[in-house]
Ligand binder design. Structure first.
Ligand SMILES: [Zn+2]
Length: 239
């Protein structure tokens, strides 16, 4: 076997490894994103719950102040009743009193509904928080660290293979490299080499039978031969 053929076979092996590394590398960012979203989602839900509790408590405090003011005003209106002399005054003060009472009732309804929601939110927040600390999320965080490490490792491996590839290319005859590169550009399945064996006499890349003439030339293993069907570089393998 001439060195160029040996070189092309080695180049092809490197490329198979590179393709596999690149395939794995492409999948990693998706997995990382998915995990990040899941982790952020859990933390986000706790925050949302905590924010709602703060808002409800603040609103109730505000409502308590308003109730106190309204009750004060109500008392003052009721005091006025003692010093009333005309029917018109009586009606006016009564309208005031009804107004204050209605406001106080509305505020109390609102506070009750807020408290009912707060009663449910307390345990819900606790449950979400316990989920944040549970094994599942811890595992996810660990997995994320692991995936990031894998990404770095794959990048390093790819860089090594890239370097191997460049070195290998320099050692192979220009004609072989040109054909190989063209095949690699035009087909993405990685089948750039057709191995031919005595027993089968077919191109392993496309499974087509070789003509007798082609077979004889490939068997010599000393020149650049391409499959007449698929164009793969043909290499003869003795058993
Ligand atoms: Zn072929």
């Amino acid at each position: 076997m001439i060195d160029d053929i040996k070189g092309i076979l080695e180049l092809s092996d490197i490329d198979v490894r590179r393709l596999e590394l690149m395939r794995k590398r492409r999948e990693l960012p998706l997995a990382v994103e998915k995990l990040k979203k899941e982790i952020a989602g859990e933390a986000g839900m706790v925050q949302e719950c905590a924010d709602r509790i703060t808002a409800l408590e603040a609103e109730n405090k505000q409502l308590e102040d308003t109730t106190r003011e309204e009750k004060d005003l109500l008392r003052k209106s009721e005091d006025k009743l003692m010093h009333i002399s005309t029917n018109a005054e009586y009606d006016a003060v009564h309208t005031e009193i009804t107004g204050h009472k209605n406001k106080i009732n509305a505020i109390e309804d609102r506070m009750l509904s807020n408290m009912a929601e707060l009663e449910k939110l307390g345990p819900k927040k606790q449950e979400l928080e316990s989920r944040l600390n549970n094994e599942d999320l811890t595992q996810k965080k660990e997995m994320l660290i692991q995936l990031n490490a894998e990404t770095a490792a794959l990048d390093a491996e790819l860089a090594v293979e890239e370097n191997n590839r460049n070195e290998k290319m320099k050692s192979i005859g220009g004609n072989f490299v040109r054909v190989y590169e063209r095949l690699q550009k035009n087909r993405k399945n990685g089948k750039h080499i057709g191995v031919v064996e005595d027993k089968s006499k077919i191109c392993s890349a496309c499974a087509c039978s070789l003509t007798s003439q082609k077979y004889i030339e490939v068997r010599r293993n000393n020149s650049l031969q391409q499959c007449e069907s698929c164009g793969a570089i043909l290499v003869w393998k003795s058993e």
